[in-house]
Design a protein around this ligand. Structure first.
Ligand SMILES: *Cc1c(COP(=O)(O)O)cnc(C)c1O
Length: 397
């Protein structure tokens, strides 16, 4: 398919129509089918998909958006990027996703939206979060960057709020190196999203003449260029065909790993009760307190990486102490907006309590077979048996 893009002469949706349906539209159609939703607008990254979704839903200057305290920094920086202020909610200690009760406690007069993140391999408590959003008239956006294809109450995630956002960055289970998408069942939101990602242009109703522009300059909503290239769309179209089977293999291995690691004293991440199908971006588990009392998490993760040759690490740096969120390093967030965007003071007792014990395994390690899962459990046992010796070394790879 990459050869087809190369030879078509059309490498972007913002280039002239070349006589065939764009790969971007083909991927969008396929991703709608995959998620059983009506509209999909591909974007250049997960970050831009969050910015597009927030702005399509009307979030802007002076608004507050509640986000989880444990997630990738993009959830906070994307809120700042649309001139709003992130407010941190704490997590549930078992699902590691946003705790609905903490969200409720953070709602104030300026709250406009909630971005829920389905983290690592869990789906958040969507029943409770959707009900809170409804009750308070808030926009609910689902960040599905880590859960392509997960299901809740037999419906694909991403359609429980106004919009769902996705990342197709290199580490994700569906990837084109960089890429993203927003999905929705609302035609007006989809149209706004289209404009926001293509400089105020959208696809027209009629098929254009070959050699003329397919995007129409309606200027309904001013946008930026966050479009996915035709090469990336072609890669995603091919990758999407493999995803259901890969998700199945990972889920099968993860179920086995749950049993093995529970026997080793670890506590695997749980998903919310309404989840009907789980996907695995990272496999997450909490180490028992006595293990981290003997050697710190970084040392244990490094020892496991050395044993297994897999990508194994701690969790995200909680957002209230994350160095990557620092709006004061950019003038647009300080002098122009005139808002205090800092989040250092936000309290996250549950996140802080578990973060020193949280271990995450990248999904590639779950594509093997039963033997590989046994190897992981054996490595955990070996490391647990040698903690005293490990604590004395400075093993950090
Ligand atoms: C990866 C990720 C993002 C950002 O996606 P990019 O494509 O890297 O911009 C946002 N949110 C979550 C939860 C992610 O995992």
């Amino acid at each position: 398919m990459l050869g087809e893009v190369l030879e078509s002469g059309r490498w972007a949706i913002s280039a002239p129509y070349a006589g065939a349906r764009s790969f971007e539209r083909r991927f969008s159609d396929a991703f709608c089918l995959f998620n059983a939703c009506r509209f999909c607008v591909p974007t250049s990254s997960g970050t831009t998909s969050l910015m597009v979704a927030l702005e399509a839903c009307g979030v802007g200057a002076g608004d507050e958006v509640i986000i989880p305290g444990l997630t990738w920094v993009a959830n906070a920086s994307a809120v700042a990027a649309v001139n709003a202020k992130p407010v941190l909610a704490d997590i549930h200690p078992e699902t590691l996703c946003m705790d609905p009760e903490s969200v409720r406690a953070r709602i104030g007069p300026r709250t406009k939206a909630i971005t829920v993140v389905h983290l690592y391999s869990a789906v958040a408590d969507l029943d409770a979060l959707a009900s809170i959003a409804r009750q308070h008239g808030l926009v609910l956006i689902e960040d599905c960057a880590q859960v392509h294809g997960a299901r809740y109450r037999d419906r694909t995630v991403g359609t429980f709020g106004a919009m769902g956002t996705f990342s197709m960055q290199a580490t994700k289970v569906l990837t084109s190196g960089e890429g993203g998408a927003v999905i929705t069942n609302d035609a007006d939101l989809a149209r706004r999203a289209e404009h926001l990602r293509a400089d105020g242009r959208c696809y027209g109703r009629d098929t254009p003449a070959v050699g003329t522009m397919e995007l129409v300059e309606t200027a309904d909503v001013m946008g930026h260029n966050y479009s996915l290239s035709e090469f990336q769309s072609a890669v995603l179209l091919a990758q999407l065909q493999m995803l259901p089977q890969q998700n199945e293999i990972r889920a099968r291995n993860a179920a086995l790993l749950d049993r093995l690691l529970t026997n080793c004293g670890l506590t695997p991440q749980l998903t919310s009760p309404g989840t009907t199908s789980r996907t695995y971006y990272q496999y997450a588990a909490l180490l028992p307190p006595d293990m981290v009392a003997q050697a710190d998490l970084g040392t244990i993760a490094a020892a496991l990486r050395a044993e297994l040759g897999l990508s194994i690490a701690g969790g995200y740096s909680p957002l209230n102490t994350n160095r990557l969120y620092d709006p004061h390093t950019r003038r647009r967030f300080t002098e122009l907006a005139g808002q205090d965007l800092s989040i250092q003071g936000h309290s996250l007792p549950v996140t802080e309590d578990i973060i020193g014990r949280l271990l995450t395994f990248h999904h590639a390690g779950l594509l093997g077979d039963e033997t590989d899962m046994n190897d992981i459990a054996e490595a955990v046992i070996k490391v647990a048996d040698n903690l005293a010796a490990l604590a004395k070394t400075e093993l950090r790879v």
